[in-house]
Design a protein around this ligand. Sequence first.
Ligand SMILES: [Zn+2]
Length: 111
Amino acid sequence: MVEDADTTCTRCGGKGHIPHFAHVMNGVCFRCWGSGEDPRSASQLRRWLTKARQEYRARLQALQDAPPEAATRSIKMDLALIARLGKRNKARLEQLERRPPFEMDESRPSS
Ligand SMILES: [Zn+2]
């Protein structure tokens, strides 16, 4: 099995979690959601986005229980981070899916 160094998550270094953020979701890395690999392929990005949506919704739900202020702050920081990463990964996925499998002609029919 060949290990491609390029796919190692740049945020957690492939560990899948970040000890510094152990107080948030047990420190699971948002960038790779614990897989240790940077989402690169369309299927990886789709999996990432599904997970991100679940986690985002779970946090919105948690806010409705009116947690203590410190918890509220950290949940809101999570939401902002997930939204930011989500926007970027969604754009990457759209770019991957927009690319046609065969480029036969340079001229594009604009209808
Ligand atoms: Zn990671």
